[in-house]
Design a protein around this ligand. Structure first.
Ligand code: GLC
Length: 748
């Protein structure tokens, strides 16, 4: 009984502190909204549903605000101007409704953190939450009170430029990261002057764009939508996210910004979401080129019907809602519901009482605390992909090190995509950090290429000469920031420009080579992987990427990041992801013959009739969950609390993980399951848990996970979550392609 009372008390305390997310609906606010709605003219209601981009120097916003025709601005980053507009809204408009002001604060505001794909490789939600909080504090000081983040579009195609903005290919991990970012942005109270309203995006299925080409068509069967693409959004809703942004893509023939099934039925119906939905930029009027609407009037009708409450930038709501109401194509209930949701968030933000921003109440941007957090995030985001002969870490006593590559000293590129309020002057590049860490005479710096796409090889001889003089070579290669992000997709994901040639030219010297990659996506590294001894994948590491990489390269700390997205060997293998189905003819190493080894005139059936490529085989370059360390870890003593589990029972799974190497380090221990036979085929592995542990050399820890029936569930034939009896495999593993496997049976 005592235990029950304790857990009840704990639950009550947690709820009262908002640990379970922001509560948008309360009786007092609803009464205030009722009173406002009763006074609002239709024009004022439509005004709340209208958001405009702030164009520097524009003068028409004051009039729109004064007349109640504008409820939101985006891209206004100026506390003084924001206060001026808020004053017009509060004191000069008829009803005094404040503005909600949005901005893309995606992975930092002025202090830029690693891109979200990099942050996800920390597998550290607490760290991501802390960094997100810092971003909120910095952004809020400029009058912004709403961010268009987190983005949690599952992506299985690294050609897609926006893979950089999300958390990779797995719904379980993406859900943890999405919830962490919502908590970081929103805190425990939206009215806190350091909180931002978060916006989960892009709802839904945007990352499944055919061919990895942005804005392209998506076909996602409902079962897959519910199993892979929706869960991170549900996790954000459960974490109390205040707003949602609909996506650009056509989802199964119905654009996401006009999709009543996903927005009104699932998000607002099934999930009971009480905040508001904003379109993406012009995603409503783009339903005309989609071929879903004949004109902007029909687009406005279908978007309102679908449940899109606010229109970003385009005027279809302002131009057509009144007429659509007159024609009976829309109802005032639909309009009132949209406005109610918008007002709910404005009340929750405390904007009616505190609409103004006093920058003096905020810490200076880019302060030491913020920079330290950004550095730690960059350290934990970086993934060690290769370390031949333990060439890393380098010794600080090294006599000379050659520093080569277009990303060694590229302050703007290092920030990555969507770093709109970052400042390249704040960036600490690897070269700058090395110059602080080593004596100047030890460093031989030759860019070799002036930017990532350059094909100008004239500096190669100078780079090779530097390498020959050095004891080791640090290559900083990758992508400029512009090569990933929105609309920036690549059909060839090799290192751009002449970087591969530069690597081979330097490798010919025979010196130990450490390759550091800064990129917004997984790249295909197969052409040069054998030419280098070590690879650190830093993504675009943000403002403090340089100091973070120096700490890693010289062993102040061991790399601990693990991949949250699969690295294909060649682009032709895409889509390639770990939680794939087994097929009826799964590939076998025993039967696969490399294309170059096929005998001339080989009989038709001599090559194994399984699911593989003759040239690229069937394995990725690096799998989901993979990442090396400066030490080694031994996994042993897998234990299951039982080999049969009844419905409603829990299963405890544990293993001992030991640091068997010379270096203290963190290890991300992963829990996977596989449902061997079910009414819908199941993936060969599904991530169901992860824990980060720190181990000193020789130290061992028992890592335990608990599996419940809910963890084994999947959307069944009728789309309801079901768990079916039968055999399951379970792993405790260092990555998705290895680990200790056990077996249990779920029984009725
Ligand atoms: C863009 C993006 C979206 C962003 C919005 C506002 O087109 O798709 O992610 O939040 O416009 O900048």
């Amino acid at each position: 009984m005592k235990a029950f009372l304790f857990s009840l008390l704990t639950a009550l305390i947690l709820c009262s502190n908002g640990v379970f997310g922001i509560e948008l609906v309360n009786a007092d606010t609803e009464k205030k909204i009722d009173a406002l709605l009763a006074q609002m003219t239709l024009e004022e209601k439509i005004g709340q549903m209208t958001q405009k981009n702030y164009w520097r120097g524009a003068t028409h916003f004051e009039k729109m605000i004064r007349e109640g025709k504008l409820g939101s601005l985006l891209n206004l980053v100026d506390a003084e101007l924001a206060n001026k507009y808020q004053k017009v809204a509060l004191e000069e408009s008829r009803l005094g409704i404040p503005l909600i002001i949005g901005r893309d604060v995606i992975h930092g505001f002025r202090t830029i953190f690693p891109i979200p794909l990099g942050l996800s490789c920390t597998w550290n939600p607490e760290l991501v939450e802390e960094g997100t909080r810092i971003s909120a504090v910095e952004a809020r000081s400029t009058g912004i009170n709403w961010t268009f983040a987190p983005m949690m579009d599952i992506a299985r195609d690294p050609r897609w430029g926006r893979i950089a903005e999300g958390y990779g290919e797995d719904p379980f991990l993406a859900s943890a990261m999405a919830a962490a970012m919502v908590r970081g942005f929103q805190g425990n109270d939206l009215a806190d002057p350091f909180s931002l309203a978060a916006c989960m995006k892009h709802y839904v299925g945007y990352g499944a764009a055919e061919g990895g080409r942005d804005y392209n068509t998506t076909y996602i069967p409902e079962q897959l939508l519910r199993e892979v693409y929706l869960p991170p959004f549900k996790a954000a809703v459960d974490a109390g996210v205040a707003t949602v942004m609909t996506a650009f893509n056509d989802l199964n023939g119905i654009p996401a910004s006009g999709n009543e099934f996903t927005v009104r039925n699932i998000l607002k119906g099934e999930w009971g979401f009480k905040g508001f939905v904003v379109s993406d930029w012009a995603s409503i009027t783009q339903m005309v080129p989609h071929g879903y609407c004949a004109d902007h009037k029909e687009a406005a009708e279908k978007a309102v019907r679908a449940g899109v409450d606010m229109e970003m930038e385009t005027p279809s709501y302002a131009d057509h809602i009144a007429e659509l109401l007159e024609e009976g194509k829309l109802t005032m209930e639909m309009i009132d519901d949209a406005v109610r949701r918008i007002l709910r968030v404005k009340f929750a933000l405390g904007l009616f009482e505190n609409p103004y921003t006093d920058p003096s109440k905020y810490p200076p941007l880019v302060n030491e605390k913020h920079l330290a957090a950004a550095k730690e995030a960059a350290v934990q985001s970086t993934v060690l992909l290769k370390n031949r002969n333990g060439v890393l870490p380098l010794s600080k006593d090294i006599k000379r090190v050659a520093v080569i590559g277009p990303l060694a000293d590229a302050p703007y590129e290092q920030l990555g995509t969507w770093s709109v309020d970052g400042n390249a002057q704040d960036t600490r590049t690897p070269l700058a950090a090395l110059r602080e860490f080593l004596a100047a005479e030890k460093i031989l710096y030759v860019a070799g290429l002036s930017y990532s796409r350059s094909r100008d090889t004239r500096e190669f001889p100078k780079a090779v000469k530097a390498a020959k003089k050095a004891d080791a070579v640090l290559l900083f290669m990758g992508e400029e920031a512009i090569l990933s992000g929105e609309a920036h997709c690549r059909a060839n994901i090799d290192l751009p420009g002449a970087q591969e040639q530069l690597i081979k030219a330097v490798a010919a010297t025979g010196k130990p080579i450490v390759l550091v990659v800064m990129a917004g996506r997984p790249l295909t590294l197969g052409h040069i992987l054998n030419d280098v001894d070590a690879v650190l994948y830093a993504w675009h590491p943000g403002t403090m990427g340089g100091p973070a990489l120096v700490d890693l390269i010289f062993g102040q700390v061991s790399p601990s990041g693990k991949l949250t997205v699969t690295f294909p060997k060649v682009v032709g293998q895409i889509p390639m992801y770990y939680n794939h189905k087994n097929t009826g003819r799964p590939p076998q190493a025993s039967t696969w013959v490399h294309i170059d080894s096929i005998k001339i005139g080989a009989p038709q059936t001599s090559l194994g009739n399984e699911s593989h490529y003759l040239d690229a085989g069937f394995l990725p370059q690096f799998p989901f969950g993979y990442g090396l360390s400066y030490t080694t870890f031994e996994y042993k003593d897998l234990k299951l609390s039982s080999t049969t589990v009844k419905r409603g029972e829990t299963l405890k799974v544990s293993a001992v993980v030991k640091n068997t190497g010379p270096f203290a380090a963190d290890e991300i221990v992963q829990l996977y399951i596989r449902d061997i036979a079910a009414s819908i085929t199941r993936p060969v592995r599904e991530l169901k848990g992860f824990k980060r542990i720190s181990l000193k050399p020789g130290e061992a820890k028992t890592v335990e996970f608990t599996l419940t029936e809910k963890d084994l569930a999947f959307p069944g034939p009728d789309m309801k979550m079901i768990t079916e009896p039968g055999k399951f495999h379970v792993w405790i593993a260092p990555s998705s392609d290895s680990g200790l496997m056990g077996e249990f049976t779920l029984v009725e």
